[in-house]
Design a protein around this ligand. Structure first.
Ligand SMILES: *Cc1c(COP(=O)(O)O)cnc(C)c1O
Length: 368
């Protein structure tokens, strides 16, 4: 038996005809950039989320850095980000000219509100909340802290397409929220893509202009922006996939529940917990495993592909060496980085594949 980490070919086969039709329509109309296909997807995505504005951009990293920039945050400002995330979260802060400041995570893998409080200085302007692995961070506590301290809250929803907290979707809590449509995300394009959503009309206008060389109208460049746009073909594909996202997210949740049911008796494994009030969409099913590296090798040898998210917490990456962070500053993230293991999870994964995976895990520990 083989268990891939993800199976995009399987997913795309299931809707191949519809995707083909959508691509053909864009080709026939030559609407490749800033076209009807793009505005149609933007409107559909905003409507489903329940937000006022959606602006398609080139990728999720641009979505973050452009949001930060258009909120007027830059050189001399600090933005607090969680210690456990993908590099893009902190990188986007640096791209905007501001300084990323790391805060530890909680046992649900989101930004820890108490750790966040200790990182606020007179230079702090914003906080980026990441709904990591598909689960809402402690959004109530964090937004209360941001309100008290006069900080802007931004959401990194690159892993949380239509995950929820108390019946509101993630992406509806911050001043703006940033999405990635990288192929492997829960809602992925067939290439790079991303978007920014917000209820702030002025911010939406500014972002839209920035992404198109500082202009709304042909050659009326009000300010220098950049070029970061969602392609028409990708938008058309995403609009097809948007119809299926609830079904795919439900499949992921069911697989996660099956994993937890089979693994919770294993005393060497800590299964992911669902935060009360959170609607988890399991972009990743991440356990904390003893002898993680040996288990990873064992599973690989038995044709089960796993992942590490993330191998090193952000403060300990080579690119942040100059910050001289010590593990004691991030006790949770630095402990977890040696334990985290992402098991295969994707729509279309079979019960047999899941059972095989958990059996392999059981066998590994029975030999220890
Ligand atoms: C994927 C990801 C991003 C970046 O998205 P890209 O489209 O690859 O630029 C940002 N933040 C998180 C948490 C991600 O997982």
């Amino acid at each position: 038996m083989k268990v891939p980490f993800n199976d995009l070919a399987l997913l795309h086969h299931s809707i191949g005809e519809e995707i083909g039709e959508a691509i053909k329509t864009v080709i026939d109309g030559s609407g490749f950039v800033l076209s009807k296909a793009v505005s149609s997807f933007e409107q559909a995505f905003a409507k489903k989320l329940g937000v006022g504005h959606c602006i398609g951009v080139g990728n999720g990293t641009d979505a973050l850095s452009i949001s930060i920039k258009m909120l007027g945050i830059g050189a001399g400002d600090e933005v607090i980000v969680p210690a456990n995330s993908f590099i893009a979260t902190s990188e986007a802060v640096s791209i905007s000219g501001a300084t990323p400041v790391f805060a530890d995570c909680d046992s649900y893998y989101g930004l820890c509100p108490n750790a966040l409080k200790t990182k606020i200085t007179s230079r702090t302007k914003a906080v980026i909340v990441v709904h990591l692995y598909g689960q809402a961070a402690d959004i109530e506590s964090i937004s209360a802290i941001c309100n008290d301290a006069g900080l802007i809250m931004l959401e990194d929803c690159a892993q949380s397409h239509f995950s929820s907290y108390k019946h509101s979707y993630t992406g509806c809590f911050g001043e703006a929220a940033c999405y990635s449509f990288y192929p492997g995300k829960n809602l992925g394009a067939l290439g790079d893509g991303g978007c920014i959503v917000t209820n702030n009309h002025n911010l939406a206008e500014k972002i839209r202009m920035y992404c198109n060389h500082g202009s709304m109208q042909h050659q009326k460049h009000v300010f220098e922006g950049s070029n970061s746009r969602l392609d028409g073909i990708q938008a058309a594909i995403l609009e097809v996939k948007l119809k299926y996202i609830d079904n795919w997210n439900r499949q992921r949740l069911e697989l996660a529940e099956a994993y937890t049911e089979l693994l919770k008796i294993n005393k060497h494994i800590v299964c992911p917990e669902i935060r009360p009030g959170a609607g988890h969409i399991f972009h990743l099913y991440v356990v904390r495993a003893q002898k993680r590296d040996e288990l990873l090798q064992w599973l690989f040898k038995h044709n089960v592909q796993c992942g590490l998210h993330y191998e090193k917490a952000l403060p300990f990456l080579p690119c942040y060496q100059q910050k001289n962070h010590s593990p004691a500053e991030f006790p949770v993230a630095s402990e977890y980085q040696h334990l985290l293991l992402s098991l295969p999870i994707y729509p279309g994964m079979t019960a047999a594949q899941l059972k095989y995976t958990t059996n392999c895990i059981g066998e590994f520990y029975s030999q220890q």
